[in-house]
Design a protein around this ligand. Sequence first.
Ligand SMILES: [Zn+2]
Ligand SMILES: [Zn+2]
Length: 79
Amino acid sequence: MDIVQNLSYPTTENIVDIVNKYADCCICLERFSIGDRLRIVPCRHCFHSCCIMLWLNRCNLCPLCKTDVWKSINIETHV
Ligand SMILES: [Zn+2]
Ligand SMILES: [Zn+2]
């Protein structure tokens, strides 16, 4: 299963919000900008799609709050 396919992604209006609120991606430390491909993990943190994909290949935990992303998604998809 490709975990990133199961992550939600923001709508255009949400991206503006996210860009203002989070400012940068804590994986690559680059600033978010409108038009970036972003993904939102179940704990509501947001990262670049490519960054979180690489991260989750090595580690199941959200890089910010250490929530178990795999577990949260499995719970969500099996309800
Ligand atoms: Zn990034
Ligand atoms: Zn998190």
